[in-house]
Design a protein around this ligand. Structure first.
Ligand SMILES: O=C1O[C@H](COP(=O)(O)O)[C@@H](O)[C@H](O)[C@H]1O
Length: 259
């Protein structure tokens, strides 16, 4: 697992634009090297802003959208098209505006999907889809090129909330019940799946995230209590922050301030 690097931008708008530009480069590099790329999307304010920034930038044409797999780190277990679903936000912000191959858009099952209102079965279905896409050298999930995560004020990432059993789930995908943030029922990649990504990017903006980010970067943080401390990429972990979210970093945290 990689140690985090912290990058601080002036505000959320700049953070979203910079992350979008970074994402284009990372996808284009992977496609140049292997012919294909895979990205894991997040819901939440900054995650959706990054997708909207990507849709708005001319350099989006540097991506071969037909050779990109899109996955999700978590989903609110609601009916298809519900405005609270992370998928709905991602489609509106980006996916409806670029020529993706629909077969490579791997949305998590909805509560009115093939498994009905059964999040455990839906989680197992998504795990099977991930397993089927994994390469020979991979584990139970593909080696994603980039996995993005929003960070909640309680330090949750994906739908891994502090002290819930999903944090200790050794499978690839967990059903989550009793989430403190609505809706209570969700589906989430587990820590082992998040850590399969080559690069993990944690995105946070605003003062309400400062404490969680500070705790997540503390050297002795326990991911069971501070989930964002447990999300790390194999090659690289980036904390992409705005100034407000970076206002409570632990003393001695190295940071890069590009703007
Ligand atoms: O519920 C969720 O929240 C987080 C963070 O959202 P934010 O609006 O506070 O940035 C998000 O990353 C996650 O995917 C989502 O399901």
């Amino acid at each position: 697992m990689s140690s985090p690097t912290v990058l601080v931008h002036d505000d959320q708008a700049l953070l979203a634009e910079a992350a979008a530009a970074r994402l284009v480069t990372r996808i284009a590099d992977a496609q140049a090297a292997r012919g294909t790329a895979s990205v894991v999307l997040t819901g939440g304010g900054v995650g959706t802003a990054v997708l909207a920034a990507l849709a708005a930038t001319g350099v989006r044409d540097a991506v071969d959208w037909g050779r990109l797999d899109m996955w999700w780190g978590d989903e609110r277990f609601l009916p298809s098209g519900d405005p609270e679903r992370n998928e709905t936000g991602a489609r509106q912000a980006l996916l409806d505006h670029v020529p993706l191959d629909p077969a490579r858009v791997h949305a998590m099952p909805a509560a009115d999907g093939p498994d009905g209102d059964d999040p455990e079965a839906a989680a197992e279905r998504y795990a099977a889809e991930l397993r089927a896409a994994a390469g020979p050298g991979d584990g139970p999930v593909p080696a994603f090129d980039v996995l993005m995560l929003g960070v909640g004020p309680d330090a949750h990432v994906a739908s891994l909330f502090p002290e819930l059993p999903a944090l200790r789930d050794e499978g690839a995908v967990a059903a989550v019940r009793g989430a403190p943030k609505p809706p209570p029922t969700r589906i989430s990649l587990t820590f082992p799946s998040l850590r399969a990504a080559d690069e993990v990017w944690l995105l946070a903006a605003g003062e309400s995230k400062a404490k969680a980010i500070g705790l997540g970067l503390a050297p002795d943080a326990d991911p069971f209590h501070v989930p964002c401390a447990g999300a790390r990429g194999r090659s690289r972990t980036l904390f992409l922050l705005d100034r407000a979210a970076a206002s409570e970093l632990p003393p001695g945290t190295g940071r890069v301030t590009p703007s």
